[in-house]
Design a protein around this ligand. Sequence first.
Ligand code: CP
Length: 311
Amino acid sequence: MNNLSVDHLIGIKDLTKEDIEIIFKTADSFKQVINRPIKKVPSLRDITIANLFFENSTRTRLSFELAEKRLSADVVNFSAASSSVKKGETLVDTVNNILSMKVDMVVMRHSSPGAAKFLSERIGAAVVNAGDGTHEHPTQALLDSYSIREQHGEDFNGRKVVIVGDISHSRVALSNIYCLQKLGAEVMVCGPTTLIPKHIDKLGVKVEHDLRTALEWCDVANMLRIQLERQDIKYFPSLREYSMLYGLNKEILDSLSKKITVMHPGPINRGVEITSDVADSDQSIILQQVENGVAIRMAVIYLLASKIKRQ
Ligand code: CP
C-alpha cells in the first residue's frame, strides 16, 4: 500500500514509520525526476495549492513552490506582510476566502504552535504544516532524515544523531526527535541547560551539556540556529560565549576520533553555531539537505493529493 495514514501533514508525531518510509520511497523517484533535463511531471495538473506564509522563510517557501511547480500544480502564494491580515482579518477568514477560489491544498507557516492543526479542523482542504511556532516542522525533519539515509544507509537502527543548540525554541528539534526515533535511531540533545526543556528525557532522548562528549558519541551532528526571535529573555550571557562552548569549528571537528556528518537546517549564523570552514567542508551536507527538501516536499504533496483525488 502506498497510502499515507493521514489526510494532512501536521506533525511527525502523527505519522507511522510506514508513512515515513512511503514518503522516502516516493521522494527517491522524484529525486530522479528533478535531476533530469526535464524536471517536471504532469501528476498534479488538476490540483491548486496555496502557500500561506505568516512568518518569514527562504528555503521552505521556495522549496514548496518549486516542488508544486515540478508536479504541475497551480500555485498561489500569500505573504502576511503584504495582505489584509494587516487590516485585522482572522486566519480562518483569510483561508476561507482563499479556499472559495477553489484551492485543494494549503501549505502554511505560522508563528503560533497548533495553527496548522487548528486550520485542518476548520477547512475542507488538505493542510501541510510548513512550521508552526516552536511546535513542529515536519518536512524539515523528513528531509533531514532522508539526507541521513542517503549518507549512512536505509537502516537507522543504532545510528546516533545529536541535535545541538536551542532545543527549547526549535520546531526542527522536536520533529527530528520524533522522526529519527520512529526510524530506529538514537537521539541526543546537547546545549546549555537554559536551552534544553527540563523534562525532554521523557521523550527518550539522551541529554548532554558538553559538546565534545556529544560529538564523540554521534555519527551525525545537526547544528541548530539560536532562535533569537523567539527568546523573550536572555538564555546565555553572549553569542560569543555560546559560540565558544557550543559552536562547531574545524579544530574540534578534526580532533574527533571518527568522521561525523554535519547538518544544519538553515538559515546559518556563520561563526555562531558553526564556522564557515565547517559549513563548507566535505563533512557538511547542508546543501544536500536543501536539494532533498524539494524531492521530499514533492512526495508529501503528491501523496496527500492522491488522497484528495480518491475522495
Ligand atoms: N529551514 C528552514 O525552515 O528555513 P526557512 O526559515 O528559510 O524556511
